[in-house]
Design a binder for this molecule. Structure first.
Ligand code: TXA
Ligand code: MG
Length: 323
């Protein structure tokens, strides 16, 4: 990206317009976080429910601190360990963060992204930037700028292309207002968080999950089935009787390609990073209508694999809302 492109994007943000930009996780749909009219445009462009709060992006931990009414010790430790990077902290919100940005909550989610283009843009804009993933609500998050463009079109003033994103799925969201708890698993693995702040609150003991995790997400229009290695072959035989099937499988166990079976291998079972990097682009690319089903053999749930499985389960959930 040239300096003038960057300046144009930064000026658009300051003027209250929408900018799609790369982060190390997924592309974000950014707007001036302290300008309610700008933030309203995000909700309209995505078709996002108003009670689903946004993550506010800033260039460094000092800027993050200014958005929060308190800065607990766990915030300090996690920020030092993982920022810049794929971690979001939920903190009590400072009074000047508008309630539209936080979905009406009295907390604010903040993140310092590590992508160099995101860093440059945030420094040039010099305002906090609210940015959800740059997809229409209910679509897979975009890992390529063209995916964001396909979903959002002319609603966005400037698209900043940084190439395919590195991690491929969203940040881990940790609530640090009391005993730290994961609200959404993502780019930083659970174990890495526990190594810094000790054992996390068990699911159910902690605060309610992020509002966004209540909504149907990452939904391909083609039915998606997630199976164990043992079940893969049998399930494939049953599904292919009704038409062509796309299979996403681990290297150890992938079936042969055939006229009616398209096979994609993201990596070995233990290579959660490779799975994370390709997952959302695959969901988009295989969802063309050419297949009667997408059959996925799950990778190991270790490390970032836990987040891969979380996103796969959401994509596989049956539901009336397949829009
Ligand atoms: O990696 C990411 O986190 C990407 C990039 C662009 O930074 N952003 C992203 O934003 O995934 P979004 O809006 O698609 O997901 C944000 C999640 C939602 O589940 C939302 O409900 C939750 O974070 N969240 C935001 N603010 C919150 C708050 N104050 N309390 C609890 N959850 C919050
Ligand atoms: Mg999202």
């Amino acid at each position: 990206m040239t300096t003038s492109d960057l300046q144009e994007a930064a000026a658009a943000l300051r003027a209250g317009r929408l900018v799609v930009f790369p982060t190390e996780t997924v592309y974000g749909l950014g707007a001036h976080a302290l300008d309610p009219d700008a933030v309203r445009r995000i909700f309209a462009a995505k078709g996002r429910p108003a009670d689903n709060p946004l993550i506010v992006h800033v260039a460094d931990a000092d800027a993050a601190r200014r958005l929060a009414a308190a800065w607990p010790e766990a915030a300090d430790r996690l920020a030092k360990a993982f920022w810049p990077g794929p971690l979001t902290l939920v903190l009590p919100k400072a009074p000047d963060v508008p309630s539209i940005t936080t979905g009406g909550l009295d907390s604010v989610a903040v993140r310092v992204p590590g992508h160099p283009v995101a860093q440059d843009l945030l420094r040039a804009a010099d305002v906090p930037v609210a940015a959800p993933s740059a997809n229409r609500s209910g679509r897979p998050s975009p890992t390529r700028v063209e995916d964001a463009r396909a979903d959002l079109g002319d609603a966005v003033a400037v698209y900043v292309d940084g190439g395919p994103t590195d991690i491929g799925l969203e940040s881990t969201v940790v609530d640090v207002r009391s005993a730290p708890a994961i609200l959404r698993i993502g780019g930083v693995p659970r174990q890495a968080i526990e190594d810094v702040v000790g054992p996390l609150a068990a699911p159910g003991d902690g605060p309610t999950p992020s509002p966004g995790t209540r909504y149907r997400h990452y939904a391909p229009r083609t039915p998606l089935h997630v199976v164990t290695p043992e079940a893969l072959a049998g399930r494939l035989e049953a599904l292919r009787r009704d038409g062509p099937v796309a299979v996403v499988a681990n290297q150890e166990n992938a079936p042969p390609e055939a006229d009616d079976v398209h096979v994609v291998v993201p990596g070995r079972r233990s290579d959660g990073e490779a799975w994370a990097r390709r997952l959302f682009a695959l969901l988009r690319d295989l969802d063309t209508g050419a297949f009667r089903a997408i059959l996925v053999e799950a990778p190991d749930p270790q490390g970032i694999g836990e987040a891969v499985l979380d996103r796969l389960r959401r994509a596989a959930e049956p539901g009336p809302d397949r829009s």
